[in-house]
Design a protein around this ligand. Structure first.
Ligand code: ADP
Ligand code: ZN
Length: 799
């Protein structure tokens, strides 16, 4: 009996063994197969064609057969299968889960129907005499070598719209017109275009029924840049004189790339030091040496500049992969990569699985960004998987950031990575000067409702007068962050989650030129429409007039977010062009790119936003950055709170003064002496790193300890905690033999989420394989819990 090991995309399932039916060739590794699973049929991936992974647990007569082999050649290349299996093991998830992350979405390719003349149609001068409509099914021109089994991939079904008609009479006028049009188009015309020219689909179908025309489908490859997603910032490489530091970085990195050996470099360059230029030149060298380049970026919609720069420099050789694309666009790009038509891929975290051949260079830009971590199964970190891929491929991995993660910086300090430093901005532009406003003094002088300090207000006025732009950061959305009852002391909470609801005006406009100052009555009416929303599950309700708990009419709003700051600025400077960039204003596809374009074009004076405005934007006319509440993230029960605050402040300050004018940053805080704020204001990375590493060491947190976060969900708090305690017991039994600790379980910081209660525990230790084994053993001992447990290895957020 011939066996094959197959990974199926079903959570938690291990690799399964199937029988290869007699008479068909053994499928290759990486091929897709249809297999029965329970009562269903699913598409799996062959991970071992010899079935050697079979554990022998299933009796031979119970082993089911593969139903169909979808690919003769590997759909996923070998190295991508290996990478996904590594992910499955390291992050303790199922192989099928990990492979699913590597396979493009199987949505249909977008196709367009083309009408062409048949031979009979060409001859059609005289009336037709034959009476039988021929089979008018056109050729399927979807030429896709990989997907022989297109229908399963969502391919194109033949068009069988022909209907037998009596067509021995002379053709009606419209039908003649259609034939005339098509005579002038040897390759046919798209049906929508014919429709535009007054030929209805009905007319075309009549012609098809007479055998005079046929339809076929053509696949459209959408250019993801055509929607204007890219804001190109850099000029083509080559026509610029590199700074001394850029030259040095390029030489060091170029030398490492040319060895053809795996190594990792941390490119630590201050904001505005010109890292993109270094990436481009380095990529150029690697491409010339005949190897390909993978570039990972945090979020393309927010950081289109790097993708745009690569596209500008390397044109059609670049494919883009990111979550803003439709499934169809994504898989178009994926197949281009798979066919070897591109040599550069720029994408977000899942692009780490892109099927590029001969990888020579992997760049992870803004490597500290938490969006590289996937917060659902498989919970992998794109940067860390990139390093593994680089190791497997013998490639150079470049991690770039002005504010490297503690992990990467620690690895550089240990000489596992090479640190390459760029500490000056291009053209010797100075970093923005940063001043701190102690908001406690501001409150003492002007009352507790102050949002913008006097210093920040003056600075904004100055920029408006000078025609310069300002960025205002507040890392919190909404109008008010809580609705509080003065009678009973309660706040309005989400019924599904243990968090308070956030007030929004819910005008889902573009966030541009919104909420102009209005008369009191309008404001009143508008206020009545304000909604309170949950930021976790999106539950929403109109803000009530009386407290839902005590019925008292004494509700009061507390706290404020970006929406409030925007209306405050609009009220204070009525002629200023104000826009907002946060998750509320970028719901619509393309909205973020639109706002960023307006900013780049200078049609926005003041842009208010959450951390989205701190990403690598390069707006030369921004000379002021204001931070409204620098301490927003510091209160969170997360060991990375200080690191995130430092990174956010340093990055946002780095947006100022990137042009010829000097930049200034004003940071409002109630903790002016917190080390993350102080060091960010001094833009002193090494001082922050030293201090933070000391804290991590003392508290036994990553990167000095390996950590696993385990969350157990349940219908009520007792079940969740009880089940978590059971798991913890298994882990502790296991831990006594090893060298790791089990902390908890305890209620998670957000104890109720989307209607489920959550208990949490941590493993801390130094031996990851041992910790993983213990987790897998504990889960195996409690199979009923598996569906309610999530395991996060190297967690980024522990809330
Ligand atoms: P970083 O990513 O390090 O913050 P960027 O790559 O965005 O910096 O570069 C900052 C700005 O400097 C960009 O506008 C870029 O086009 C420009 N720039 C980069 N290198 C040079 C150079 N050698 N000469 C002139 N301008 C440069
Ligand atoms: Zn909720």
């Amino acid at each position: 009996m011939r066996l094959a090991s197959v990974a199926v995309p079903v959570p938690f399932l291990d690799i399964l063994t199937y029988r290869v039916p007699d008479g068909i060739p053994v499928p290759v590794r990486g091929a897709r197969v249809l297999v029965p699973l329970g009562k269903r049929t699913v598409t799996g991936i062959i991970v071992d064609p010899t079935g050697s992974l079979d554990t022998g647990q299933t009796p031979p007569d119970k082993i089911k057969s593969i139903l169909e082999i979808l690919d003769e050649e590997a759909f996923l290349p070998n190295d991508v299968v290996d990478l996904a299996l590594w992910v499955a093991e390291y992050y303790a998830c199922g192989a099928g889960d990990a492979l699913a992350a590597a396979v493009p979405s199987t949505q249909a390719h977008k196709t367009i129907r083309i009408a062409v003349l048949t031979a009979q149609g060409h001859d059609q001068q005289a009336p037709i005499v034959s009476g039988v409509a021929p089979d008018v099914v056109g050729p399927d021109v979807v030429g896709l070598d990989l997907s022989r089994a297109l229908p399963k991939l969502g391919g194109v079904a033949p068009d069988t719209s022909g209907v037998g008609l009596d067509f021995s009479r002379a053709l009606p006028r419209r039908q003649k017109e259609a034939l005339d049009l098509l005579r002038g188009a040897p390759h046919g015309l798209p049906v929508p275009e014919l429709n535009d020219r007054g030929i209805s689909t009905d007319v075309l179908q009549r012609l098809a029924a007479k055998g005079l025309i046929a339809f076929h489908h053509q696949r459209i490859e959408r250019d993801p840049f055509s929607s204007g997603a890219a804001v190109a910032a850099a000029a083509a490489p080559g026509d610029r004189v590199l700074t001394e530091e850029q030259t040095h970085a390029l030489e060091t990195l170029g030398a490492a790339a040319s060895t053809g050996q795996f190594s990792v470099a941390l490119l630590q360059g201050v904001t505005g030091s010109g890292k993109t230029e270094v990436y481009l030149r380095l990529a150029d060298r690697v491409l010339r040496a005949g190897r390909s380049v993978l570039v990972l970026v945090p979020e393309i919609a927010l950081t289109p500049a790097v993708a745009g720069a690569f596209r500008e420099a390397f044109g059609d050789r670049v494919a883009v992969q990111h979550s803003g694309l439709s499934d169809g666009e994504r898989s178009d790009q994926w197949f281009r990569i798979r066919r070897g038509e591109v040599s550069v891929v720029v994408g977000t975290r899942s692009a780490v699985f892109a099927p590029l051949r001969e990888l020579g260079l992997i760049i992870v830009d803004e490597e500290h960004d938490s969006s590289f971590k996937q917060e659902e199964t498989p919970r992998y970190h794109g940067r860390d998987v990139a390093v593994v891929r680089g190791r497997n491929a013998g490639a150079l991995v470049v991690l770039g950031s002005a504010t490297p993660s503690l992990e990467s910086s620690y690895n550089a300090s240990n000489a596992r990575y090479t640190r390459v430093i760029m500490e000056r901005r291009v053209q010797d532009r100075p970093l923005a000067s940063v001043s701190v406003v102690d908001m406690r003094q501001e409150y003492a002088e002007h009352g507790p409702d102050v949002i913008l300090s006097g210093a920040l207000k003056n600075a904004i006025s100055k920029r408006l007068e000078a025609g310069q732009q300002s960025l205002i950061l507040l890392n919190r959305r909404g109008l008010a962050t809580a609705v509080f009852c003065r009678q009973c002391g309660g706040t309005i909470e989400c019924p599904n989650c243990s968090v308070s609801l956030i007030v929004h005006s819910d005008r889902l406009r573009q966030g541009y030129g919104e909420s102009r100052r209005s008369e009191a009555s309008r404001a009143e009416a508008e206020r009545d429409r304000h909604r309170a929303r949950c930021h976790y599950c999106n539950y929403g309700m109109l803000v009530p007039k009386a407290c839902p708990a005590c019925k008292g009419p004494y509700l009061e709003r507390r706290g404020f977010g970006t929406e409030k700051v925007a209306s405050e600025i609009e009220a204070g400077w009525p002629s200023a062009k104000v826009a907002r960039l946060d998750r509320d204003t970028v719901r619509r596809k393309g909205a973020a790119a639109g706002i960023l374009r307006s900013m780049a074009a200078g049609s926005i004076d003041v842009l208010i936003g959450t951390q989205m405005i701190a990403k690598g934007h390069d707006f030369p006319r921004v000379t002021l950055v204001g931070v409204v509440s620098a301490d927003v993230g510091l209160g969170l029960a997360d060991f990375r709170a200080a690191e995130r605050t430092f990174q956010l402040l340093t990055q946002v300050a780095g947006r100022a003064g990137r042009g010829t004018e000097l930049g200034e940053a004003i940071v409002q805080t109630i903790y002016p002496h917190h080390y993350s704020i102080e060091h960010a204001c001094q833009q002193d990375y090494s001082a922050f790193f030293a201090k933070e590493l000391g804290y991590r060491q003392a508290m036994r947190y990553p990167p000095l300890t390996a950590m696993v976060n385990i969350v157990v969900r349940g219908p009520d708090a007792r079940t969740a905690l009880g089940d978590a305690a059971t798991l913890a017991q298994h882990l502790r039994n296991n831990a006594s033999a090893g060298r790791f600790d089990v902390l908890g379980p305890a209620p998670a910081p957000v104890v109720k989420l989307r209607g489920e209660y959550r208990a949490q525990m941590f493993l801390k230790g130094s031996n990851r394989p041992q910790m993983r084994q213990a987790v897998l053993a504990a889960l195996a001992a409690e199979p009923d819990l598996r569906r309610r447990v999530s395991v996060d290895v190297d967690p980024v957020s522990i809330l």
